[in-house]
Design a protein around this ligand. Structure first.
Ligand SMILES: Cc1ncc(COP(=O)(O)O)c(C=O)c1O
Length: 382
């Protein structure tokens, strides 16, 4: 995550805080814009990954709208982002459909039973209806992040299409990737076309889902442009991409502070940020984040285990070594913390929710756009 003035942010930000760097965000958006301009694809922001809506006016200058997973996300997209709202969920309630039909441009079903069951509700509406398909082609190594894993509930397999009516269905959607470069998409698209290509003629759109790390170094942009053009030209469909991570990778920090250092076989620094509350993918995925000035254990002189303030014994962020000893009050910057962090954060144990901040590198200004207090914690319960 180069290009961010992290020392300056550590100096200016309150702790704990999620901080978004607008310079990095503009960098990512420029790449996504190039993809749109050259390929004709429409790119949506996946709200499930990142929904800090004070940044949406900037993102909306480039992206075409949002993809939403629920009526609340759809409403947030309609109110704060604008453009198109595309909604999908593994299953809907009737009242979700009623609400989503009034705020969505596209509504994607995950089964023929829901498509048909809700047909009387959607058939008279202007919303474009689609089906999520499952090409049953796995590229992911981590099963919980692989919608094509065996017995997946996400997407309709090809065999389910036999004998079914596609009347009123205007598009197909697949989402099968997670943090992937272009080649896995190319392989998936080939399998998708072999299995489902026969249904595309006459359809209006194809949605290639998310999981594309388009803004990461080494992504084959030319390959993506050609693939999008191929589907647009051959089937005369609008092609959508709905990345979440790619919009904000490398843009966000989580600033934390050392509260105490307790002795054990490995000294443990207890921070005001928590793996389980603020960076849950560290435990779920699991993965090891990067820390400014933090090295693998033993590389530098002072090695610590970093843990959160919660009661969870496993609220451990990991082990790092540093050039200088850690002492209470020291600030740490966890890198790449924009996506799947604040949208998943909890206030378990009543732990202080991080402030939300925006850093504008052009003027060196940090703005706290939202702080959370006791009333926010109390208001979630009754
Ligand atoms: C249907 C759908 N679209 C888009 C996304 C966004 O994926 P990513 O943030 O990995 O790009 C997801 C993530 O799970 C998803 O399930």
């Amino acid at each position: 995550m180069t290009g961010i003035d992290i020392p300056k942010i550590l100096e200016l930000a309150p702790s704990p805080a999620y901080v978004i760097d607008l310079g990095q965000l503009r960098h990512n958006l420029a790449i996504l814009d190039e993809v749109q301009q050259r390929s004709g694809a429409k790119i949506l922001m996946a709200l499930k990954a990142f929904a800090m809506w004070s940044t949406f006016p900037l993102i909306r200058e480039t992206l075409q709208g949002v993809c939403a997973s629920s009526p609340w996300e759809a409403r947030l997209g309609r109110e704060t982002f604008g453009g198109e709202v595309h909604s999908f969920a593994a299953a809907f309630k009737e009242r979700d459909i009623v609400e989503l039909l009034s705020i969505s441009d596209h509504l994607v079903f995950n089964s023929f039973s829901q498509l048909e069951g809700f047909r009387p509700l959607w058939e008279q509406e202007r919303v474009s209806i689609g089906l999520r398909v499952n090409p049953e082609h796995s590229e992911g190594q981590t099963e919980i992040y692989d919608p094509c894993a065996r017995n997946s509930r996400l997407g309709i397999p090809r065999r389910e299409f036999d004998g079914k009516s596609l009347a009123g269905v205007e598009g197909l959607h697949f989402h099968t990737l997670c943090e992937h470069l272009f080649e896995p998409l190319a392989r998936t698209a080939k399998v998708f076309e072999e299995k489902f290509g026969e249904f595309l003629p006459g359809m209006k759109w194809l949605n290639l889902g998310g999981g594309h790390h388009i803004t990461r170094d080494g992504y084959d942009i030319n390959g993506l442009v050609d693939l999008v053009k191929y589907f647009r030209d051959k089937y005369d469909v609008e092609v959508y991409l709905e990345p979440g991570e790619a919009v904000v990778i490398g843009t966000g920090l989580l600033v934390g502070e050392v509260l105490d250092v307790v002795p054990n076989e490995i000294e443990t620094a207890i921070l005001d940020v928590s793996a389980t509350c603020h960076m849950p993918d560290i435990l779920e995925m699991p993965y090891r984040p990067e820390i400014l000035g933090g090295y693998d254990p033993g590389v530098k002189q002072y090695t610590y285990r970093l843990g959160g303030p919660s009661c969870l014994a496993g609220d451990i962020i990991g082990d790092w070594s540093f050039e200088k000893p850690l002492t209470p009050g020291d600030r740490l910057a966890f890198l790449d913390m924009a996506h799947y962090t604040m949208v998943k954060a909890t206030s378990f144990n009543g732990i202080q929710h991080p402030h939300l901040c925006i850093y504008e590198p052009e003027v060196g200004n940090l703005c706290v756009v939202r702080s959370f207090d006791y009333e926010d914690f109390r208001g979630r319960l009754s």
